[in-house]
Design a protein around this ligand. Structure first.
Ligand code: G3H
Ligand code: ZN
Length: 288
């Protein structure tokens, strides 16, 4: 099975993007893997710090292992937005394939130093662990936000700084800010495609660019972002909303149902359909 770095390189060269989907329940893991298997796509499952705490890091690794064995497809586990070196190291020790160390809220020097430390720790454990750093300011949260969230150009990733960051840290992936915001707000995000192109032009080609916060972004913008060089796209809010709405609906249809595997089956199906739709949009089908 190809490793994550190889697949991301292939995605970039062939003009498609790998999907990264967040999960905190085993049936969500299953929905992601079944969807990927059905369309012949690799996939990344992400657990944020909160999601990792809920499912358990060792448990998430065990689930990834079991799903790989059962479905025989390249499915990887990423610790998403881990905001301290200590948390990132815990994920490395637990056996995650991919580490997103997000020190973007720190001053630049501290971001570089902390990210470097995580890269060194990961490489010492296993050179195939893929490390993602983040630069720029991503507003919002992975939920429905009933307000307008203004993004300022000052939040965007600076291309020259991105080049410097990649050179000093030795990361494999870089999460960027270019008009994207976490969650769904009253404004439809407007990606700055030229900024993505400018970052892509300066960051070494072996570093994959990551677009976070893709829920709520128009399909045409997603396609343009991939064309501009994005090789990995993160979706969380769309998943949370689809899953929770389906669960609520099922419980409303039959309030007396108390068997979880009966009332959550529909939510899993809904999630599977959503993931397949995203994988098609990302051009990731039949890429195994
Ligand atoms: O890291 C996770 C993603 O960036 C999720 O963003 O909730 O806007 O889909 P989203
Ligand atoms: Zn994110």
């Amino acid at each position: 099975m190809d490793n994550l770095k190889t697949i991301l390189g292939r995605a970039r060269a062939e003009g498609w993007s790998m999907g990264h989907f967040n999960a905190s329940e085993s049936d969500q893991f299953r929905a992601i893997v079944e969807a990927a298997k059905e369309v012949g796509s690799p996939a990344i499952i992400g657990t944020s710090e909160g999601e990792a705490k809920h499912v358990g890091r060792l448990e998430a690794v065990a689930l990834r292992e079991a799903f790989r064995r059962e479905f025989n497809i390249p499915v990887f586990l990423n610790c998403d937005h881990h905001k301290s070196v200590a948390a990132a190291k815990e994920a490395i020790d637990a056996g995650y394939d991919s580490i997103h160390i997000d020190l973007s809220a720190e001053p630049y020097e501290a971001n570089v130093m902390g990210t470097m430390e995580v890269v060194a720790y990961a490489r010492a454990k296993d050179t195939l662990i893929n490390v993602e750093g983040e630069l720029g300011y991503l507003r919002g949260e992975s939920k429905i936000q009933n307000e307008k969230i203004k993004v300022s150009k000052k939040d965007y990733t600076d291309p020259e700084q991105a080049k410097d960051f990649a050179a000093h840290t030795g990361i494999d992936r870089l999460a960027i800010a270019a008009g994207n915001i976490h969650g769904i707000s009253l404004d439809e995000p407007d990606l700055d495609i030229d900024r993505i192109k400018a970052i892509r032009a300066l960051v070494p080609q072996n570093v994959a660019l990551v677009l976070h916060a893709a829920s709520g972004i128009h399909d045409n913008q997603i396609r343009a972002a991939i064309e501009a060089g994005i090789a990995n796209i993160h979706i969380n809010t769309d998943i949370r909303v689809a899953y929770t709405e389906a669960l609520r609906n099922e419980l409303k249809i039959d309030p007396a149902e108390t068997t979880p595997y009966k009332f959550d089956a529909k939510a899993r199906e809904v999630l599977k359909d959503l993931i397949k739709q995203k994988l098609r949009l990302f051009g990731s089908v039949n890429r195994i």
